[in-house]
Write a protein that binds this ligand. Structure first.
Ligand code: G
Ligand code: G
Ligand code: MN
Ligand code: NA
Length: 252
């Protein structure tokens, strides 16, 4: 149970931290991006995953402050790895509700400016809820982000709220195949979803990333299906910035 006072303290005390999971070129093994994943470094409960607090934040008045904190940590990390010679974007997850805030694009652009980063240094991973998909403001917000040159990725692609209807409306440059399809590739149906998504990506000329790649076998099958990129425990778990920098330097 997360209480409002807890969240306020956590934000004031910078208890929300960000770890980074590499996204890898399935052909060369090179790291081509890193996804920022939030954790709550809780004084009493240790490190808590998003499943333990994200709902509470999204229902609270603290969502914008939380998103701002994650964005700042992610952009600051991108500045650090770019200075070390790794010119790869950072991917940041966006709560559906943030897409209802007309000031959201400005806050993103201001963050990039503050960190002296070009728009292509950032990928925003979005999903949509059914309710939100009916609202024009979401389209305006996504349009403004796209117009500013920020790359949009459709997260959890193939699942309920992140599907073909969204793709038809939202100007995305990347599809992230949900990990359920990757773990289920042994079955005909899941393999077909992966294959179709890869083909969709090719015809739309957008990047495709497979999530939840856990085995060498899955990596090989994805590559055979033409999937260009992957992310998952096979390559690395999310890790603190310092560990990512070390891993980039020595190779994965
Ligand atoms: O890191 P982990 O495997 O526990 O992430 C679980 C879920 O939390 C994923 O769906 C991920 O998209 C989401 N998530 C992680 N960090 C953030 C964040 O900073 N903002 C939002 N909105 N979602 C996040
Ligand atoms: O929804 P989103 O794609 O943002 O979720 C990312 C989540 O997936 C994070 O919670 C991350 O820890 C988790 N994750 C990353 N790689 C793997 C993996 O190989 N297997 C599983 N089961 N989860 C993974
Ligand atoms: Mn994601
Ligand atoms: Na996902």
């Amino acid at each position: 149970l997360v209480l409002g006072g807890d969240l306020a303290r956590a934000l004031a005390e910078d208890e929300f931290i960000v770890e980074f999971q590499p996204i890898v070129d399935l052909g060369t093994g090179e790291v081509i991006a890193a996804e920022a994943l939030a954790r709550w470094s809780h004084p009493d409960h240790g490190e808590l995953p998003p499943a333990k607090f994200l709902d509470a934040i999204e229902r609270s008045t603290q969502l914008a402050a939380f998103a701002e904190s994650v964005l700042n940590q992610a952009l600051s990390a991108a500045v650090t790895w770019r200075a070390a010679g790794y010119i790869i974007p950072v991917a940041v997850n966006v709560s559906p509700r943030s897409l209802l805030d007309p000031r959201f694009p400005d806050s993103i652009e201001a963050g990039l400016r503050r960190h002296g980063l070009p728009p292509e240094a950032l990928v925003l991973e979005v999903t949509e809820s059914l309710m939100l998909s009916q609202l024009e403001v979401v389209d305006e917000v996504l349009g403004a982000l796209r117009a500013a040159g920020i790359v949009l990725a459709l997260d959890d692609f193939g699942t309920g709220y992140s599907s073909l209807s969204t793709l038809a409306r939202v100007p995305v440059q990347e599809l992230k195949i949900d990990r359920d399809f990757v773990s289920g590739m042994d079955s005909q149906a899941e393999a077909a979803v992966v294959r179709s998504t890869v083909e969709l990506g090719r015809s739309l000329q957008v990047m495709v990333v497979a999530e939840g790649v856990e085995s060498e076998d899955q990596r090989r099958r994805l590559w055979e299906l033409g999937c260009p990129a992957g992310q998952g425990y096979l390559f690395a778990r999310a890790m603190p910035l310092n560990a990512l920098l070390a891993a980039l330097a020595r190779g994965f």
